[in-house]
Design a protein around this ligand. Structure first.
Ligand code: IMP
Ligand code: MG
Length: 184
């Protein structure tokens, strides 16, 4: 990718597809959603997904509390160590609470497994997981999401909250960067 040139982005999931699937997902989640559930959005990547999902959960009759945790996984693509760190923590006690963790992507599984272990270590009563994209090809930890919107190929995706070198989070759709000769 040439830094002076705008990259070509191929749309993978457009706005309408995302909206339809998130509505379906929220109805699925609402079926056995605990009354006093706390949704914990894992930042930064899930901020747009979580915002849309929460409103869809509301339409489906849910009344969740909402919290945010910023996690950072170092060496995600460079090494296999994949250490996850808390950059910003939640501010609510989760002891005895029923938690729904929301993240953008489940890939190696390290981020979600870390968050799940953390909630249980702090005394959560139950922890369920929900992801926008399940990318199962590079899984390092045996974890299956309780709820997911899409299963995705092993592609690096951007937009709808997800970044490439801190950019493109604002895109209202999910896309992949393609080189010129890949364009159709
Ligand atoms: P895991 O810990 O390997 O499961 O990684 C999950 C995290 O890696 C996600 O929350 C994203 O922040 C990031 N990630 C993984 N794949 C992609 C991608 O294709 N685009 C943008 N971020 C990604
Ligand atoms: Mg993330």
């Amino acid at each position: 990718m040439n830094s002076t040139k705008k990259p070509n982005i191929k749309v993978l999931y457009n706005e309408e597809t995302l909206a339809t699937e998130i509505e379906r997902l929220a109805k699925e989640i609402a079926v056995d959603l605990p009354e006093n559930v706390m949704v914990v959005s894992i930042l930064k990547g899930s901020f747009i997904f979580a915002a849309d999902l929460l409103r869809a959960i509301h339409r489906a009759g849910g009344v969740p509390d909402v919290e945010f945790i910023t996690l950072s996984s170092y060496g995600h693509r460079q090494t296999s160590s994949g250490k996850v760190e808390i950059m910003r923590d939640i501010t609510t006690d989760v002891k005895g609470r029923e938690i729904l963790l929301v993240d953008d992507i489940l890939e190696s599984g390290r981020t979600m497994a870390f968050a799940k272990d953390l909630m249980y270590a702090r005394g959560a009563k139950s922890v369920k997981t929900c992801v926008l994209l399940d990318k199962p090809h590079n899984r390092a930890i045996d974890i299956v999401p309780d709820h997911k919107a899409f299963e995705c190929e092993d592609l690096f995706v951007i937009g709808y909250g997800m970044d490439l070198a801190h950019g493109y989070r604002q895109l209202p759709y999910i896309g992949v960067v393609v080189s010129d000769d890949e364009e159709d």
